[in-house]
Design a protein around this ligand. Structure first.
Ligand SMILES: [Zn+2]
Length: 109
């Protein structure tokens, strides 16, 4: 794996790309990732995949909550689903923000 020293783009391959597809930097700006830094990339990919899974789950919860609100069985249920909806939205936004932070720090998604 190769990492662009300008924008932190990570390229999988034997050789660095001629130009960075993200920022257009030359091949010489790429550093090969080995050992510890390679491990860090793998770890943050796993962390980000967990966050992405969380986002998917929250989207499902959001759908379920919206269906529950529409069902409108009684005020108690509607209240529960509204709370579930708010929590799902909040957790989803928070997870998205976390991914953004990781990407901006060069921890890969
Ligand atoms: Zn770049």
């Amino acid at each position: 794996m190769w990492k662009c020293s300008v924008c932190n783009y990570v390229h999988n391959g034997e050789e660095a790309p001629h130009k960075c597809p993200k920022c257009g930097a030359d091949q010489e700006k790429f550093n090969q990732l080995t050992g510890e830094s390679l491990e860090k990339v793998e770890i943050s990919r796993f962390s980000n995949s967990l966050l992405k899974e969380l986002i998917l789950q929250m989207e499902q919860l959001q759908e379920l909550a919206e269906a529950g609100i529409e069902d409108d069985l009684d005020p108690g249920c509607v209240k529960l689903y509204k709370e579930a909806l708010e929590s799902a939205k909040f957790l989803k936004q928070t997870a998205l923000a976390e991914i953004e932070i990781h990407v901006s720090r060069g921890k890969w998604g």
